[in-house]
Design a protein around this ligand. Structure first.
Ligand SMILES: O=C(O)C(=O)C[C@H](O)C(=O)CO
Ligand SMILES: [Zn+2]
Length: 280
């Protein structure tokens, strides 16, 4: 059982213009978050958001602090949001047990000392995906199911972008300092997410793609709107989107993804939209 972390520095958009495929992937793609009996995470210096995955396969796992935090425990100065993208499991927060089924979320506020993870069935371990950001206030812990989410249907089959946005950890549902998280489900036959695309200089964003059918892939688009680049991604891979970057994708089939943000505001609708005809 191990906690593994990687630190990712922030890059200037003028530098990123010159990145080749390998370098773009090294800086922004997170290839392996989910590994049996490990807690893997990437600490991004974009808004100090951490994206991680915990897979309690053979026993209990603990969310340990990591050295760059210089904290006595992970949530000493942070908050965290979880969404379960695997089998049913439990997250215990300072002795209180929260059962999390597939696609259910949990927000845990600053100041909670011991967070542990368990799966209900070892054959089908839970995959607890998380995003964490610095926090200045201790808000109460809250479980959020899809029934409690704010749901928005966007797009059309004609433009291949019909999708349901489940806003799980947003300020209309739960109080947070910086973190917002939700899940967007593409309708069968639709492949485009976040089209028209957008940027929001106020917040960074991370996407985790899942429910990508076998032998299918996602072509994720990033970069400044007039200087875009693509990154081919597989099931259960995540990608960091800097504040200056679009974050949009097309799959070779329908899929689901989790979006998570941290930064200057909690205003989901604060987006600078870029129409398809204006992208380069
Ligand atoms: O499909 C979409 O559109 C999204 O899910 C967009 C994300 O929620 C987002 O980028 C929020 O800023
Ligand atoms: Zn966005």
């Amino acid at each position: 059982m191990a906690t593994n972390y990687e630190l990712r520095h922030a890059a200037h958009p003028n530098d990123v213009k010159n990145y080749d495929t390998k370098k773009i992937r090294e800086h922004f793609l997170i290839e392996k978050l989910f590994e049996n009996d490990n807690v893997n995470m990437v600490y991004s210096l974009y808004d100090r958001v951490i994206a991680g995955g915990a897979v309690p396969a053979s026993g209990k796992l603990t969310l340990e602090t990591i050295d760059p935090l210089k904290a006595n425990y992970f949530l000493e100065r942070r908050e965290i949001g979880f969404i379960n993208v695997g089998g049913a499991g439990k997250i215990t927060v300072d002795g209180t047990v929260y059962e999390l089924d597939y696609k259910e979320a949990l927000y845990v506020g600053r100041g909670n000392k011991e967070i542990t993870f368990e799966s209900n069935d070892k054959q089908k371990p839970a995959y607890f995906y998380f995003n964490s950001a610095p926090a200045h206030v201790n808000f109460p812990t809250k479980k959020i199911t899809k029934n409690e989410a704010e749901i928005v249907n966007l797009g059309t089959p004609e433009t291949c972008n019909a999708r349901t946005i489940n806003k799980l950890i947003v300020n209309s549902v739960v109080q947070t300092c910086q973190i917002q998280m939700g899940m967007t489900e593409l309708k069968t036959g639709s492949v485009w997410n976040t089209m028209p695309s957008h940027t929001h200089d106020r917040r960074m964003e991370v996407y985790l793609y899942f429910e990508v059918p076998e032998n299918q892939a996602i072509c994720h688009f990033m970069g400044e709107p007039q200087e875009t680049r693509h990154v081919w991604m597989k099931n259960y891979q995540a990608i960091i989107s800097p504040n200056w970057s679009i974050h949009s994708g097309a799959g070779t089939a329908a899929y689901t993804f989790i979006w998570g943000m941290g930064g200057e505001n909690l205003d989901y609708g604060d987006m600078d939209v870029v129409q398809p005809g204006d992208l380069k």
